[in-house]
Write a protein that binds this ligand. Sequence first.
Ligand code: OGA
Ligand code: NI
Length: 353
Amino acid sequence: MDGKSLSSFSMGKSAQEKGLPYVPECYVIPTSQRASLTPDVVTVPTIDFGRLKKGPDERALVIGDVRTACRQLGFFQIENHGIRQTVLDEALSSATEFFKLPVSEKAKFMSNDVHGPVRYGTSLKDGLDKIQFWRVFLKHYAHPLADWIKYWPNNPCNYRETMGKYCSEVKKLSMEITEAITESLGIGPTYISKKMEDGMQVITVNCYPPCPNPEIALGLPPHSDYSCLTILLQSSPGLEIMHTGDNKWKQVPQLHGALQVHVGDHFEVLSNGLYKSGVHRVTLNSDRTRISIASLHSLGLEEKMGTANELESEENPGRYKESSFKDFLNFLDNNDLAEGKTFINTLKVDENK
Ligand code: OGA
Ligand code: NI
């Protein structure tokens, strides 16, 4: 196997999709990194985006809440985001239908080429990484929609329509969040809006089938997202964030209709470390399939993200090297994420900070 294209050797071999009654050795996580089946639940800052448009005083309060959440957790959730519930529900249900298809149908999209615009896989890098994860995914580029939608699955037959609708609404929302975040950094709402508008949107549709021993495997290992920001829609709980207050993993509760927002690595860079890209992971359960749709928003593929000059000073010099989304893909190509090396650490001028 050349590591880029997958031979029929690994097709249809994934334990998650076979519904095995046990967890194979290659999915077993070291004891110290295992998840609790009864995790603490985190109080997630919940921001009512409807208030952003209710006049300058109200907006200033919301921007203050965004700033606090980004500084403390690198994570918040949004209600009143303006995307109709049916759009959310239909995106989740066509994702569910896609994963129910026979492996032979999904395998048409199978690839370990991290640069590919559409790919299906059954761990981080199928068959290559030392520890596998109890996850199946479909990733695809989504902006500009007209350029990419033709490469997406057309089985189930409404996949393109329902996912396309969700993606374009989420893209609009990502612009409002970007504006709120740069405003909250004191550099104004339009600081990078043009570059973000023309930037990348990568969708990861995740499926976590029931796991016979959820206490010894993970759906996704601890990581931060390589985006500027990520918007997540989940069908049920399973996402955990590292709580910076007491360094403990805590579960994000389900709030019907809300969307979760992660600060990604590139907003950490933009903010000179004032905002932290939040570390998160996914835990499993033994009775139901969990579906999530992560929408990662970044600048253009080769556009470099650096720290805002306004946020650097003599006392507070720049702490990060600039990098592009493509630089991240190259990093991913050459590293095994399960081994704990992170992209954001490679960007730090002083790795110990
Ligand atoms: C991701 C991710 C969380 C989830 O795809 O980067 O963190 O709940 N997903 O699936
Ligand atoms: Ni993530």
